[in-house]
Write a new protein. Structure first.
Length: 82
């Protein structure tokens, strides 16, 4: 997680470990406050992920007020293969 005065970014990597190329993939990130309540979400997406290809993704918190963000969770939001 990278933090600036008004920007909060989460980065990670995903790899196509399946048996087919992916035509589209999305990673979702939920940003939460200290109580676990959802503050906002972001989606990172890509197309044409080949077999064994590694995708470095980035999701940015959708607000400039980052003061209440205490945690985040990333998840696979969508995958489409050919």
């Amino acid at each position: 997680m990278e933090e600036g005065p008004t920007v909060l970014k989460v980065t990670g990597q995903a790899q196509n470990t399946g048996t087919l190329p992916l035509t589209h993939a999305q990673i979702g990130v939920n940003f939460k406050d200290a109580s676990g309540a959802l503050l906002g979400s972001a989606i990172a997406d890509t197309g044409n992920l080949a077999l064994a290809e590694v995708w470095t993704w980035e999701a940015t918190y959708p607000s400039t007020d980052i003061s209440n963000v205490a945690s985040y969770e990333a998840y696979v939001a969508y995958v489409l293969w050919t």
